[in-house]
Design a protein around this ligand. Structure first.
Ligand code: UTP
Length: 409
């Protein structure tokens, strides 16, 4: 347990003395809680503010050939056979990343609880579970579903899913685990307070999922169940195909350390991360890093080579994940809306971004792996992300895509 003097030295070391302002006015229990929070707070993420330019440096980018739809169609049966066998043998698990705050959507509930129905209730979690149930039915095998939550939404998520009886999923195949948190700062790098004696913390990004699985015993559970592959996916793509036997089979057949579902970009400058090689290893280059030269690089058939965007659906091999588990992921500094306590001691929920959060991202794990299969999927069938209320990647656009796919709302 850290005492006040130690907390003072620790915070001072990072220029965060203000976190202890008013400490003497707190009740005993609040004092203890604050000291415990400071002891557990990973202040080292703040270093990312100093190294912003440094961390943005890229290696040599070259194309990574995507396995395209035509080839997948041709080999569908072969891949489906291999993938189905692995699923039936219990080798494939699914990991739902649902620890995010979904601030762009602007609901206080976890994103998965969002109701996208029109004439009836259709929750995001429900859509996702139904998609996974398709494979359960097809293969006659229950697939372990691991759900990552955070301190901010664990209670709401677990009680909602329980209340809904896991939308028909067998509860013994559902395991929750919590991710870690990181402090959030203003634009000067000063950590916000959320309430008297409470530091503003937020989920530390989706990149820590594997270490959190280890820490909370979920990996052991997966290994005991015989799981060798983990299909990681985001909560917000309601057309997501999970543990897709064809994708699983293709990744296995290629012998790649990881498989990544990708979609053809709608335009060369679409704002999605693109699969590539960086210094000969698989990597994802962000849209804002894609120079005109790269954007317009063509292959021998005259097609753009940096033309396939990632949709946050990856199939990792467990032994390869264990090899990289101790490697440190880069910390990304992202501008977000951060609720904070003002000088008057009132909680403010800003309408616009007001500072930085610090996140590890799952896409950085791809670069740590030896090889990656980029696997094309039909965009209108498998990609309907919900990031915003309206406009691009929104509830509206996802509803339209669900309708196109015959899903009643
Ligand atoms: P996003 O970065 O789109 O989601 O995460 P967000 O942070 O929830 O949303 P905004 O930016 O505030 O609107 C993509 C996926 O990663 C998960 C999300 O739940 C989503 O499935 N995620 C994100 C986590 O599990 N933990 C995090 O800390 C962040």
């Amino acid at each position: 347990m850290m005492n006040y003097e130690q907390a003072k030295a620790l915070t001072a070391g990072y220029g965060q003395e203000h976190l202890l302002k008013g400490y003497e006015n707190l009740r005993e229990a609040e004092k203890e809680a604050l000291l415990a929070q400071l002891a557990n707070c990973d202040f080292s993420v703040l270093e990312a503010l100093q190294n912003r330019e440094e961390s943005g440096k890229r290696g040599v980018i070259s194309p990574l050939i995507t396995m395209q739809l035509a080839e997948i169609e041709r080999r569908r049966e072969e891949f489906a056979g291999i993938g189905t066998k692995a699923i039936k043998e219990g080798k494939v698990g699914a990991v739902l990343l649902a620890g995010g705050m979904g601030t762009r959507l602007g609901s206080d509930d976890p994103k998965g609880m969002y109701n996208i129905g029109i004439t009836k209730d259709v929750y995001i979690f429900e859509r996702i579970i139904r998609n996974l149930l398709d494979v359960v039915e097809q293969t006659g095998t229950w697939i372990h579903l691991f759900i990552m939550t955070s301190d901010k939404n664990h209670e709401a998520t677990t009680s909602f899913l329980k209340e809904k009886d896991y939308f028909g999923y067998k509860s013994e195949y559902v395991t929750f685990f919590m991710q870690e948190m990181a402090p959030a700062t203003d634009y000067e790098g000063k950590i916000y307070m959320e309430a008297p004696g409470v530091v503003a913390m937020s989920p530390n990004g989706n990149g820590g999922w594997f270490t959190s699985m280890i820490r909370h015993g979920a990996l052991n559970k997966a290994k005991e169940a015989g799981i060798e592959y983990l299909n990681v996916f985001a909560v917000d793509n309601v057309l997501q195909r999970i543990a897709d036997p064809v994708f699983v089979g293709a990744t296995m057949q290629c012998g790649a350390a990881v498989g990544s579902k990708v979609v053809k970009k709608v335009s060369p400058d679409e704002k999605v991360g693109v699969m590539c090689l960086e210094d000969g290893r698989p990597s994802i280059i962000e849209y804002y890093e894609l120079t005109d030269e790269l954007m317009n690089t063509l292959d021998e058939k005259g097609e753009r080579v940096y033309n396939y965007g990632v949709i946050l659906n990856y199939l990792f091999r467990v032994p390869d994940l264990e090899k990289i588990a101790d490697e440190k992921l880069p910390v990304h500094v992202v501008e977000k809306k951060i609720p904070y306590m003002n000088e008057q001691g009132e909680l403010v929920k800003p309408e616009q971004p007001n500072g930085y959060k610090f996140e590890n991202l799952v896409l950085d794990m791809i670069h740590m792996e030896e090889s990656c299969l980029a696997f094309e999927v039909v965009r209108n069938r498998e990609f309907a992300p919900i990031k915003n209320k309206t406009g691009v990647d929104s509830v509206d656009s996802a509803r339209e895509l669900l309708k196109q796919n015959g899903i009643a709302l």
